[in-house]
Design a binder for this molecule. Structure first.
Ligand SMILES: Cc1ncc(COP(=O)(O)O)c(C=O)c1O
Length: 398
């Protein structure tokens, strides 16, 4: 049997998708698991999007489109960026792709030469380091923790820059921590990024979901526009994970390079999904934020009530990222009397799944092995049920 390529052998499967697979297997075998591992909204895709998609099918908009997306959608995205983010882009400075995941991959493929370094604040979304490595770049972790609310400091940034540094990845609001950079924090980082002439990949996919500090795009700060790739998509804001539509706004030269690349990989994203995305724009319901905020408050209070768990209050996205280092080395004893020492937070997550039937994602895949991620993109009634199970579980830990 011939070997797989080194590249294929180097990829780890997505930690979030593999816990999801395990959870679904348990559910299929009849176990009633509460799934707090998923990174997708429990709301429905807006009707305006679904109806636009149906209309696209009946009107036979089912053929290849321009590689970078239909002009109607790119114009509408440009309008959205201007009105909501105060960013000025033309339709030619926007490329639509098959999910923000592809947008990010296009960026790394376009800017990285072998051994170029990309500064990557930890905890990070699982796909960033894998994608950077797949493009022969080196992800350089900038470690953060609860003490800075999971945000990097200007000094930390400046000290990490080397002659090989090409770019920094910023994800605000963040998956998995929910951290949101304030305007003054962004200004301080922007000053250093300008000084060192670096690219910025600004993943703003959770921009609408903030509960205190409003989202601001770093691309709008002085000197930043032409060095920044603004990444966004329809998955989280419009509950359209399955439609696969994401986009990047950047200077025309960068967009042209990404379009050439995309022309040889997927070409255009699904024509039907593009019309659906156009239908979705402008329909975001602020009530969603109120609902998520209530859930966040519930989960933070719930997690903070357990011994050994430290849980800071996130300002955005739909995740809470508790630190469970204080539970490691304690003993769990089940109702049947079986007992074991909790070896790590990964082990704790395994026990939560098999004993309490609660699925969460271990922090290891996010570069933070002391933490785990809870998604509250699920109803309050499910979260209340989870609370009961977790109480029972943590009562059996000592
Ligand atoms: C931070 C972040 N960026 C990008 C994505 C990719 O989103 P999609 O490919 O569904 O547009 C996700 C999805 O989980 C995410 O959490």
């Amino acid at each position: 049997m011939l070997n797989l390529s080194k590249r294929a052998r180097s990829i780890s499967p997505s930690a979030t998708l593999s816990i999801d697979t395990k959870t679904k297997e348990l559910i299929a075998s009849g176990v009633d698991v509460i799934n707090l591992s998923v990174g997708e909204p429990d709301f429905h895709t807006p009707d305006q999007a679904s109806l636009a998609a149906i209309s696209a099918i009946t009107k036979h908009f089912t053929k290849y489109t321009a590689v970078n997306g239909i002009v109607e959608l790119r114009q509408a995205i440009a309008k959205k960026l201007l009105e909501e983010n105060h960013l000025q882009y033309t339709a030619n400075e926007i490329i639509v792709s098959t999910g923000a995941k592809q947008s990010l991959f296009n960026i790394f493929m376009t800017i990285l030469d072998p051994l170029d370094e990309v500064l990557l604040p930890t905890p990070y979304w699982v796909s960033y380091p894998e994608q950077i490595a797949l493009c022969d770049g080196i992800p350089v972790p900038l470690v953060t923790n609860e003490s800075t609310q999971f945000k990097i400091t200007p000094t930390q940034l400046e000290q990490a820059i080397t002659p090989k540094t090409k770019a920094i990845l910023l994800n605000s609001p963040s998956n998995p921590t929910g951290a949101v950079y304030t305007s003054s924090e962004l200004h301080a980082l922007a000053e250093i990024l300008n000084k060192h002439d670096l690219y910025v990949i600004s993943d703003e996919i959770y921009e609408q979901l903030t509960y205190g500090v409003a989202h601001e795009s770093i691309a709008g700060l002085p000197g930043m526009r032409d060095r920044t790739f603004v990444v966004n998509g329809f998955s989280k804001t419009f509950a359209m994970t399955g439609w696969r539509v994401g986009y990047v706004a950047a200077s025309e030269q960068l967009v042209r390079a990404m379009s050439s690349l995309q022309s040889h990989t997927t070409a255009n994203p699904s024509s039907i999904s593009q019309w659906a995305a156009l239908g979705a724009l402008g329909t975001f319901n602020l009530q969603t934020v109120t609902e998520y905020r209530a859930r966040r408050d519930f989960v933070v209070a719930m997690m903070s009530s357990f011994d050994g768990i430290q849980c800071i209050q996130p300002e955005g996205a739909f995740y809470v990222f508790p630190n469970a280092a204080g539970v490691v080395s304690k003993r769990y004893t089940s109702a049947h009397g079986d007992s074991c020492v909790i070896k790590s937070v990964d082990h704790l997550c395994e026990l939560l799944l098999t004993e309490a039937h609660i699925a969460v994602v271990p922090g290891t895949g996010f570069g933070a092995p002391d933490n785990f991620r809870i998604s509250y993109a699920t109803s309050l009634s499910q979260l209340e049920l989870a609370n009961k199970r977790l109480k029972t579980f943590f009562n059996q830990v000592e």
